[in-house]
Design a protein around this ligand. Sequence first.
Ligand SMILES: Nc1ccn([C@@H]2O[C@H](COP(=O)(O)OP(=O)(O)OP(=O)(O)O)[C@@H](O)[C@H]2O)c(=O)n1
Ligand SMILES: C[C@](O)(CO)[C@H](O)COP(=O)(O)O
Length: 249
Amino acid sequence: MPKFAVILAAAGQSSRFTSGRRKKPFVELKGRPLWVRCADVFSSVDDVTSIAITIADEDIDWFRDTFRANLGFMNVEVVSGGAERADSVQNALAQIPDDTDYVAVHDAARPLITKQWVRAVFDEAVAHGAAIPAVPIAGTVKKVDETNAIEETVPRAGLWEAQTPQVFQADLLRRAYAKRGGFQATDEAQLVERIGHPVRVVNSSPMNFKITTSDDFKMAEALINRLPTEAGGLGSLHPFSDGPGRLFD
Ligand SMILES: Nc1ccn([C@@H]2O[C@H](COP(=O)(O)OP(=O)(O)OP(=O)(O)O)[C@@H](O)[C@H]2O)c(=O)n1
Ligand SMILES: C[C@](O)(CO)[C@H](O)COP(=O)(O)O
């Protein structure tokens, strides 16, 4: 069975998230912090053999103290974050176990990920070396200038929004990061694309959205609170199938 190392990215500043005093990975969604929800899902996947989480330097002591029990129970390593997301992931990548076959990078700010969705992306990565979940852009896309005037309507055909977990053969991701230089990629796939390796897209669900603003958090709360039980709710959805409607059948 291949060994998967998981990197949870949680070292951002949450500057676009304005509710409360905590940074978003540490905020509780129905009683459980976002990062714990993510780590729980990955630790329930059989072939996950290590989990690391990136934490901003100024939060590391507080994080270790506050979440000592969760870290110990799920055997999660804490890694110092960097200025940008790619810097954080690069730090964590340098510390994954040598015998890792695949690396999965997940935003701690995507708490609605499920075991089934993880499995679908893992399987695609094993088949093709590199895979990410993504959703086709559904709306009409406008390019807008700084005065809020529309410059053009961008054809949406072929445009997809990338999500996480993004999963790669470990050596492939190491090579991609080795060639990164100072380039600030906003996801791993971009770095792998840059070294010429194809990345497969798994048709995902809009429910695996990233909590960026406080409104996103309210949407996550609304979804979670509609579920009869969490174990039989989100977790029981077929991966990447019917979108949000399926939740309320
Ligand atoms: N230097 C950074 C920046 C981001 N992240 C993590 O990457 C994920 C996706 O990033 P984003 O949603 O942009 O988070 P922030 O950078 O915190 O958001 P903002 O830009 O609003 O400050 C988050 O879980 C965030 O904690 C990270 O580990 N290290
Ligand atoms: C990695 C990512 O979640 C893919 O959608 C995203 O690019 C990171 O978020 P950011 O807000 O662009 O930093």
